[in-house]
Every structure is written in structure tokens, then in C-alpha cells.
Write a protein that binds this ligand. Sequence first.
Ligand code: NAP
Length: 475
Amino acid sequence: MLQMAEKLLVGGRWIDGGPPLEVRNKYTRDVFATLPTARPEDVDAAIAAATDAAPVMAAMPAHRRSEILARTAALLAEYRDDVARTIAAEAGKALKWARLETDRAVATFTCAAEEAKRIHGETVPLDAVPSGEGFFGFYIRRPVGVVAAISPFNFPLNLVAHKVAPAIAAGNSIVLKPASTTPLTAVALCRFLTEAGLPPGGINLVVGPGSTVGDQLVADPRVAKITFTGSPDVGRQIMTRAGIKKVTLELGNTSPVVIAPDADLDLVAKRCAFGAFYYSGQVCISVQRIFTDRKVHEPFTERFVAATQNLVVGDPLDERTDVGPMIDIREAERIEGWVDEARQGGAQVLIGGQRNGPVYLPTVLTRVRPEMKVVAQEAFAPVASVMEYDDFEEALRAADATEYGLQAAVFTRDIGRVFQAIRRLNFGGVIINEIPTFRVDHMPYGGNRQSGVGREGVRYAIEEMTNIQMVVIRT
Ligand code: NAP
């Protein structure tokens, strides 16, 4: 059984910090753990410890960094069930998906262990211009120093892994601030990293409100790089508070799915029921806006509603559960309000549309209008809207008519339509014949427009967590 020191980690020591933070089971609402929050002096000490550890991390040979990451992956795999149960309890994520998240984090760390060994630069032909004659040039990638990692509640392990693992692979030190609703999995991960041999100060953990603890990290000049995943509003604040630092922002989306008349409707319906409702739609690439060709609208909607009906809603710690609660009652009430507003505006609820405490039932809407909140804003809830179209090009335009640009999906067997979609869609990822919720952890992943800045996916995060150093030698 996983034994955890439920404390803050600063300079290799587990410390007590300030006022307690209660962590609740998101389904029963019971408090099942308490953690101290970081006071300003604790955050300061964490940044100081990371600053001291930065040269140690930078000097560590690649094979050693790789070994630490591989050992961490092994510990995550060894404690898979305990870690998944912690995620299920603190995040309200169905156990089967919490296990999947743990497996993905093992893959993320394993991939980082491999990438740590192949961070390299290249030679630059300086003599391509006359003034470069007689010089030899190459560049190398050097760690940036202290990385501040600020993570959201919805993937309390794997989105932390996407920040911490590449930062270590690149030879940086880290100060991690997890979401206040889901800090326990991060505590476990820090324990594994320490046990795996990461030196003191290599990773530091501070817990507490984003508006104070997070803001202090963002504004501190000793931090060289901020890697943030969360809401667009907080992303905007970070951008204005950061000053001159490297910043990666992974923000929201209103993920579209365009279904052409030639699509395999059984497959689309099954995949959309997963992609819209898994973890109660609280996934940045959750299926939200579905565009169906008028000719297949009815058969698709019937199949989609039937697949939704099959989902088991309930306690995330029950093995059979597909869909658990939302992160808190306020979020469930918010989406209840959005759906009621849409209903009053003429939308039709085909299934769901009901709240039971923090649980909002998987909901399918039709007859929505583009300006309704359920369509125009990030729902981040188990609600998907199906809209009809007459012309494929018009559907692509509607899918693209959003301020976001993370991932979009198209289902078609027509290669012409595939390239039309690739050209039209201004998204960080275009997924063909699979939902926009698709992600494997080594692919470049991130958004255009208001969905963010930069890319994650281990190798791409390493690029963002290193500086290019150019070397010029007179020969
Ligand atoms: P959030 O409210 O923005 O919080 C994210 C993190 O930022 C938390 O640790 C939070 O701390 C912290 N924070 C809050 N205010 C801050 C401030 N002023 N300065 C610094 N840090 C601050 O987001 P969330 O509700 O946890 O997550 C949902 C959002 O994340 C959605 O919009 C979703 O689309 C997005 N998301 C994006 C991706 C992606 O890869 N693009 C992946 C997952 C989620 P507290 O917890 O203490 O408030």
C-alpha cells in the first residue's frame, strides 16, 4: 500500500507549511486527506531550493537523468492500483479511466527516459554567407534552469508528468503547483521521484491557491520557464504577470467533430459517446460540437443517444462506472444553468439534462444555435450538441468558427475531404476517423489561437524547456 507523507516538498525535505487544505472524495464529498498549504516564505524557499539544484541538474549526465525517469516509471507501474484509486477519489474519475491515466503516465516517463539520451543540436554552415567564411558553427540545447509547473485538476497525474518528466529529461529543476482540488497524486509522484534518486531540490512541491501560490511562482524572476495547463482566463493572467520568461500555455477548446455522409456511423457514435462523456466531459479535447450531414443526422443521433444510454453513471470507485461526478457541485450547477438556458432558447434535450448533486447526466442536445453557451463557450461538462449541415465546406467553416484551436476531428472515407479538412481547420491537431479526444503522449500536442502557446508531448516539451546556445569558432 502506498504510504504518503502528505506534506510539501522543499529542498528534499517534507515540510509542514501553513493552513491546512482538505481534500474531498468528489463523489461522497467526505474529507479523506489534509495537506498543508504553502505560505509565501515556503514558496520562496521552494524557488530558492530549485535555484540551488539547477546547476546540479544541469551537470547530471544524460544516462543518469534517464535512469531516474525510468525508475519513476517503474514505481508508478508498481503502485498502479494505489495511484489510480487516489486519482479516482480526489478527481472523481472512474477507476477504469484513472488506471488508463496511470498507464499513460508510465508511458510519458518511459518516453522521457528515452528522450533524455537524444537531446542534441546541429552544425550551422556559417560560410553560407561571405562574412561567415573561416568560422565553424554549431548549436547545443541547454536546460533553462528553474521550471514552474502549474497543473489543472482533470489529469492530476499525466498532465503533471507532461511537465515534470521533460523538465528532468532536459536537466532542469522544478517547482510544482498542482490544482488545489487534486494535490495528492502529485505528492505520490514527488515521493517516487525522490525514491528514484532525484537530488534534493530537483523537484519541489507547493500546494495552495493559484491566485497566491501560483501567482508568486509566475512573477518570480528566478523562474526561467512557466509551463501551465488550465483555463484560458488564468492563462491570460499568467501571460501578463510572467514578465520575460519562456511560457507554455495549454488551454481550453470547444472540440468539433465533422461527420461526412460516407462515415461509419456505428464507429462515430460509439467513439463520440466516449469522447463527450468520459470523465464527465472535463477534458480539454472532449467532444462538444458535432456537425452531421443532414442525410445522416437522424441515424447518427439515434446511435449516439443509444450509446450514451449504455453508459454507467455512478461512484468512480465502482469498477463498472463509466461516468462519475463533476469536480464540484458548483460546476454541475453551472452546466445545469447553461443547458436550461439552451432549452429555453429552443434546444432539444435528447437524453440527460439532469443533475444529481455533483453528477450531471450525459446530455445530448440538438436544435442549438451557434451563440448558445453550450456551443460557443468551453462546456467542460458532459454535454454535446449535434448540428445539421448541408455542405461539407460549410461544416468545416462552422467547426473552425471558434476562438479556440486545440484539436478537431473529421470522419470520412473520402481522401479529398480529408485534405480539404486539413487545409480549412486552424487547429493544433486534426484527427481523421477518430474523435478529437485522441492523444498519445509522444505526439506534439497543443493549441492555436486562444487554446494556447507552445507544444507538449515529451520531445516537443523538451525543446520548449531548453535554450539554444550557439557556438562560433574561428578556424
Ligand atoms: P484553472 O482553474 O485555470 O487552474 C489550473 C491551475 O492554475 C491550478 O493549479 C490553479 O490553482 C492555478 N491557478 C489559478 N489561478 C492562478 C493564477 N492567478 N496564477 C497562477 N496559477 C493559477 O483550470 P482547471 O479548472 O484546473 O482546469 C480546467 C481547464 O484546463 C479547462 O479550461 C481545460 O480546457 C484546461 N485544460 C487544458 C488542457 C490542454 O492540454 N490544453 C488539458 C487539461 C485541461 P487552484 O487549483 O488553486 O485554483
